[in-house]
Design a protein around this ligand. Structure first.
Ligand SMILES: *[C@@H]1O[C@H](CO)[C@@H](O)[C@H](O)[C@H]1NC(C)=O
Ligand SMILES: *[C@@H]1O[C@H](CO)[C@@H](O)[C@H](O)[C@H]1NC(C)=O
Ligand SMILES: *[C@@H]1O[C@H](CO)[C@@H](O)[C@H](O)[C@H]1NC(C)=O
Length: 396
């Protein structure tokens, strides 16, 4: 009996213990689960943190990128402001130019109405220049072809066709100093060596210097050889000096580094008569001056960004100067700089344009507005270049 009791007690004890131990196991499992859960949460929390970090990093890179692009924008705007400043500068100079066109009011008494009239005249004159420019709707875009017509005269010289509408006369200036030019009736009589019509020799009152002469409206314009910077206007009819003037800042250095004889280079385009020279006080850059062919007075002067160093010539088309460069050894001539007085054509728009390779170098280049041709003197060969012209983009 006792034993039975003992056995029962033991059994019940065992049961309690086993009950206890099953409870412990449950607890253990429970805690383990909780710990696992917590671990999982910790891991996901870590992952969240990591992705947050990544996002922060991404954001900061993006910010940095944006700051960089803002900086680029800033410098672009700065460049824009600078270019506006240069334009304003130019406008200011134009205004100054208009002022200089007016007589000095401090020393002369002028009635207000007369002053008004003069202001209006000056303004309409300025407008006339601009309007003329707008009518000029073509721009040079390349060299279409080359034609070698003749070999005559000196190694250096100049020949050109009369730009007067319906005139076919050819003028021939051999050498860099002489006072006799030849006038041919036409290109045919110039090139035909068997031609029975002899050219007319025209004796100028003073010899010329260089190769930059121009013929315009029945007059020849050239650099008086015995002066530093005197421009002569001589009638082709009676060979008398019709007018003369001194071109300011000109005559100190040759216009083009590779054409040492020429100090004043005249040009004729759709807008009229021009002269190009190099100014040593302006870094040897080229300066273009619009001349009033009637009164031989300066209409306006532009300091250009084109260098005279290594230049061999230039021509003007519709108020845009194109400068031709080469090397001392006489390589291939190419146009590498332009200057447009209307600011509508930029050097950046123009690819470097090469001339077809021929002899060594050009001592003169004269554009003919109707023919759209350049009459060039290439090492003693009289050559023409036909230009490709495009319609100018209208800037409003
Ligand atoms: C001047 O030009 C004429 C005609 O082209 C020529 O006969 C003469 O030899 C030249 N004079 C000089 C000094 O070059
Ligand atoms: C010029 O004349 C010569 C002989 O009179 C002749 O041989 C030559 O072919 C002619 N040249 C031209 C371009 O007519
Ligand atoms: C010479 O001719 C021009 C026109 O070409 C004329 O204006 C000028 O008065 C003439 N001079 C003389 C002295 O005849």
């Amino acid at each position: 009996m006792f034993l039975k009791l003992l056995v029962m007690l033991f059994m019940s004890l065992c049961a309690v213990r086993s009950q206890r131990s099953t409870q412990d196991v449950f607890m253990m499992e429970y805690f383990q689960r909780r710990i696992l859960e917590m671990e999982e949460r910790l891991i996901s929390c870590n992952q969240d943190l990591q992705s947050m970090n990544q996002r922060m990093y991404d954001m900061s890179t993006e910010m940095r990128g944006q700051v960089r692009s803002v900086n680029v924008l800033k410098s672009e705007i700065q460049g824009f402001v600078d270019s506006i400043a240069t334009r304003v500068d130019r406008v200011e100079r134009d205004v100054e130019y208009l002022h200089t066109k007016l007589p000095d009011t401090s020393s002369v008494e002028i009635s207000d109405s007369l002053l008004d009239q003069q202001v209006n005249e000056a303004q309409s004159k300025r407008k006339a220049v601009v309007i003329q420019g707008k009518e000029c709707s073509t721009r040079f875009s390349g060299i279409k072809s080359q034609k070698i017509l003749k070999k005559a005269g000196d190694v250096v010289g100049s020949w050109l066709k009369d730009p007067t509408v319906d005139s076919s006369k050819i003028y021939f200036f051999s050498g860099s100093r002489n006072n006799t030019l030849l006038q041919f009736g036409s290109l045919k009589s110039f090139t035909d060596s068997n031609s029975t019509t002899k050219p007319k020799a025209i004796q100028l009152p003073r010899p010329w210097k260089g190769t930059g002469h121009a013929v315009y409206d029945g007059f020849v314009y050239y650099h008086n050889a015995d002066t530093r910077n005197e421009v002569l206007k001589v009638s082709l009819v009676n060979r008398t000096v019709a007018d003369r003037m001194l071109l300011p800042t000109a005559g100190h250095i040759p216009t083009y580094g590779l054409a040492p004889h020429t100090f004043l280079d005249f040009a004729v385009d759709e807008m009229g008569l021009w002269v190009i020279h190099a100014d040593p006080d302006f870094g040897g850059n080229l300066v273009i001056t619009k001349l009033d062919s009637k009164s031989l007075s300066v209409e306006h002067t532009w300091d250009t960004t084109c260098k005279s160093h290594n230049a061999e010539g230039a021509f003007i088309v519709c108020g845009t100067m194109y400068v031709v460069y080469n090397s001392h050894s006489g390589g291939r001539s190419s146009i590498q700089c332009l200057f447009d007085i209307h600011d509508s054509v930029w050097t950046e728009e123009l690819p470097v344009i090469y001339f077809p390779k021929r002899y060594s170098s050009h001592s003169s280049m004269h554009y003919h507005p109707q023919d759209k041709q350049i009459y060039a003197w290439d090492d003693g060969y009289q050559t023409t270049y036909q230009l490709d012209v495009k319609k100018k983009l209208q800037v409003t």
